[in-house]
Design a protein around this ligand. Structure first.
Ligand code: ATP
Length: 774
């Protein structure tokens, strides 16, 4: 409902008043920031003038240190305040562009008059600091704007429920301080505003959705009940958006104790990481840490291990069908992602406690300081009842004791004598001073020996330092061979047929000769951690995983172990499981089993916002899932064009792109594999200016892009052309999901081309859902 002229004038006047307040604040804060900036520059410039350096004796040195600390403290306090004011200034500037987007009139129980709660990006108090001119969208009362319709309702704040009545709701579109549009709404967030937002052209960066968050999305953003929050949401239902707004919410809710560095998001790839990088800054927050599972593996595994990329594994799954070992590898990939394989490794590890540990000699100056047999003997002395990693710690201590003993013996060796002769003058000086402190008297024979002894100690310790590291880091355990040995182990996993397992073993050992296959990376890490202990990150409080359907249960378990003090939010869509071809798929049970049912909340998002109605009606038929609800946004039905031969295929592709270029800015030609993307790119390049997106790309610009499906995951484009939807390309059951992912990247237009026979996943679709151009 549009407002009366009088009401509109009132709203316009209010915006003016609020703008005046924002401007005043901005002036104040700009002044404050500039003073702080000058202070910081001055302190940095005169830092050393303010500190008296005197290291003559211990007392003076302590005083010098204290004065240094004091000066550094003043500087860091100023820098902190400056960071804080700079952030405040940034938020005020954002408010100046659009101070608020919603209003809800809430009359609390037993109150006569409703409060007009204006909702915006951040809170703003009036000049007396008594009333909120704007409420932060994350504040408890602002949830009424997203959740409540007109009528009785309640909201929760500070462990208290506030009951009352919502008497009115308004939505605003304010640009650069000017009211462009305002209307009253009875429902939650009115479609009209959403239509406008969704009808826009695609952006190369994701945008925030605070003005139009839907009720079901808001519930996820604010949920704090469980340790594990899982969202199964259809393509385009706002899962990534919800993740980003939830991070912003948590940063606001726990602003005193939580900062962005304590949150980590696992993204599918670097392109995606870049795609979402603007959302939090747009919301006035700093970006969380981002990583991918591949990066995490590379960082956690020993540096000398070369891990296959997950995408290379996918390419193999898609294109290696003719490889004689294809079936075996695929069976191996399937099994190695399961909790059963984890348990199989547990049994193996238990047995390693009795026999089978593979140690390497610890070499020093070309000879074995400790042979593998020496190490084994010491290992056998440790308590069999202990867990392997604890026994390894004991072993390390025993080896260190031995090392200290050898250190004493070594001092008498000839090489040490020669090394002492070559020592620097400064070392002599240092040793002399140390001995003086121990009441050393010059000229005495004993003193000479004491000095030599000290110098020899210095030399031996220095030379043995790398050995100490090898012992402390347990680098004398040959984990690589221990992992290889797992596939020579005389047991067969219960779930597998003996002959299948034997083939998997041969195949794995063969592959291990070149690199660590992607499917073995997590299990290798698990074995490594069973021996070395987990390298945990205890500072992280929240882990987010996007596209979680492409993780194996084993990988999820490793992430949980890695962040022991963290809560987890995972979002995904089983219909988009790209790794379904290769990996054992995660299911709901995989999530509940991580922290237990009591600690798990599961949400479902059914409505899809990205694509037009016709695109989504078509796409949902591909995965045969009519629970997917398209958002009613008009558009053209998808077209499917048949080409008679490769020449006409190319011509039709070029024609289609040229037509789309007249209306859209970002057009993606989505191919099944990287090889196809490369091929089509080289064919089209001569006719169309375009870019090919590869795994190494970290961002993309507007224009025409050739991209494989797995890199387009999570991203969206104005128009999509799916390259070659023939039955050769899409016929295996899992390939349904690949096709679905490709089609659901389109916001406004979708076109599919093929040569030969059309994929059965499309022939099954009612013909009124698309336009078939023969
Ligand atoms: N409440 C909303 N208001 C405005 N836009 C929205 C809303 N929810 C989702 N969108 C838009 O819909 C599109 C899809 O959102 P998003 O990428 O978060 O979905 P997704 O579920 O992660 O998709 P996919 O699984 O297909 O990658 C984005 O353009 C996003 O801005």
């Amino acid at each position: 409902m549009t407002l009366s002229h009088f009401d509109k004038l009132k709203e316009q006047q209010r915006i003016k008043d609020v703008m005046i307040e924002i401007t005043k604040r901005l002036q104040r804060i700009t002044q404050k920031t500039s003073v702080l900036q000058q202070d910081i520059v001055e302190i940095r410039k005169t830092f050393w003038d303010q500190v008296t350096i005197n290291l003559d004796d211990t007392d003076e040195a302590i005083e010098t240190l204290a004065s240094l600390n004091q000066q550094a403290g003043v500087l860091s306090e100023r820098e902190r305040t400056h960071r804080h004011t700079a952030k405040e200034m940034k938020v005020l500037k954002q408010l100046k562009r659009s101070p608020y987007f919603g209003r809800v009139d809430f009359c609390e129980e037993n109150q006569k008059k409703a409060e007009e709660v204006y909702v915006g990006l951040a809170s703003l108090l009036d000049h007396q600091e008594t009333h909120f001119l704007i409420y932060d969208w994350r504040s408890p009362i602002a949830s009424l704007f997203y959740d409540s319709e007109i009528g009785e309702t309640e909201y929760q704040a500070l462990d208290r429920k506030f009951r009352g009545e919502v008497q009115g709701k308004r939505q605003y579109l304010i640009k650069n301080g000017v009211l462009k549009h305002v209307f009253e709404t009875r429902l939650t967030i009115r479609d009209e505003r959403l239509q406008t937002v969704l009808g826009k052209q695609a952006d190369t960066n994701m945008r925030s959705i605070v003005a139009t968050i839907q009720k079901e999305q808001n519930a996820i953003i604010r949920d704090e009940r469980s340790r594990m929050l899982m969202v199964q949401g259809v393509a385009g239902s706002g899962k990534t958006s919800v993740v980003m707004q939830r991070i912003a919410y948590l940063l606001y809710r726990y602003r005193k104790g939580l900062n962005a560095d304590q949150i980590v998001l696992f993204s599918p790839n670097l392109l995606f990481s870049q795609y979402i990088r603007e959302v939090l800054p747009e919301l006035g927050e700093e970006n969380m840490q981002q990583t991918t599972y591949q990066v995490y593996l590379n960082r956690t595994l020993p540096a000398d291990i070369r891990v296959e990329s997950g995408y290379d594994q996918l390419e193999f799954a898609l294109t290696g069908v003719r490889d004689p070992h294809y079936k075996t590898r695929m069976a191996g990939i399937q099994y190695k992602g399961t909790p059963n394989f984890m348990r199989f490794i547990d049994c193996y590890v238990e047995e390693l406690g009795n026999r089978g540990m593979i140690f390497s000699d610890i070499l020093f100056q070309g000879r074995a300081l400790f042979t593998a047999q020496d190490i084994q003997k010491l290992f056998d002395q440790t308590d069999l009842q202990l867990r392997l990693k604890n026994r390894m710690q004991l072993l390390s201590q025993l080896l260190l004791q031995e090392l200290y003993r050898l250190q004493e013996e070594m001092k008498k060796e000839a090489w040490v004598e020669s090394a002492v002769e070559l020592l620097d003058k400064a070392v002599y000086q240092q040793v002399y001073q140390e001995l003086q402190k121990k009441e050393y008297r010059q000229g005495d024979q004993d003193d000479f020996e004491a000095e030599y002894n000290q110098l020899a100690s210095y030399v031996v310790k220095r030379e043995l330092k790398p050995i100490k590291h090898v012992i402390q880091k347990l680098s004398f355990v040959n984990v690589w061979e221990t992992y290889d040995q797992l596939f020579q182990y005389n047991r067969t996993p219960e779930e597998l047929d003996c002959s299948v397992w034997r083939e998997i073993c041969v195949d794995t050992r063969q592959r291990l000769q070149a690199f660590l296959p992607y499917e073995d990376a997590t299990s290798f890490l698990y074995l490594f951690a069973s021996i070395h202990g987990y390298q945990t990150n205890t500072s992280i409080r929240h882990v987010f995983i996007d596209e979680v359907q492409d993780y194996t249960p084993f990988q999820l378990y490793m992430i949980k172990k890695m962040f022991p003090f963290s809560k987890m939010t995972v979002v995904g869509d089983f219909n988009q499981a790209l790794h379904g071809l290769t990996q054992s798929a995660v299911d709901l049970a995989s999530f509940t089993s991580l922290y237990g049912e009591n600690q798990t909340s599961i949400f479902s998002l059914k409505k899809s916002y990205r694509s037009t109605g016709p695109i989504m009606l078509f796409a949902r038929e591909i995965v045969e899932d009519d629970t997917i609800e398209p958002f009613h946004r008009d558009g053209k039905v998808p077209t499917i064009t048949k080409a008679q031969d490769s020449r006409s295929f190319l011509e039709k592709m070029i024609g289609c792109i040229k037509k789309l270029q007249q209306q859209h800015q970002t057009i993606a030609i989505i191919c099944k594999t990287a090889n196809e993307s490369k091929a089509i790119f080289s064919l089209l390049q001569a006719h169309i200016q375009m870019t090919r997106i590869e795994e190494k790309n970290e961002s993309f610009d507007q224009g025409v892009l050739a991209i494989p499906i797995y890199l387009a995951k999570g991203i969206e484009f104005d128009a999509v052309i799916v390259h070659d939807v023939s039955s050769i390309q899409f016929s295996r059951p899992e390939e349904r999901k690949w096709l679905y992912v490709a089609c659901t990247r389109a916001m406004h237009e979708l076109h599919l081309l093929y040569e030969g026979e059309l994929t059965p996943f499309i022939t099954q679709i009612p013909s009124d859902k698309y336009l078939h151009i023969q």
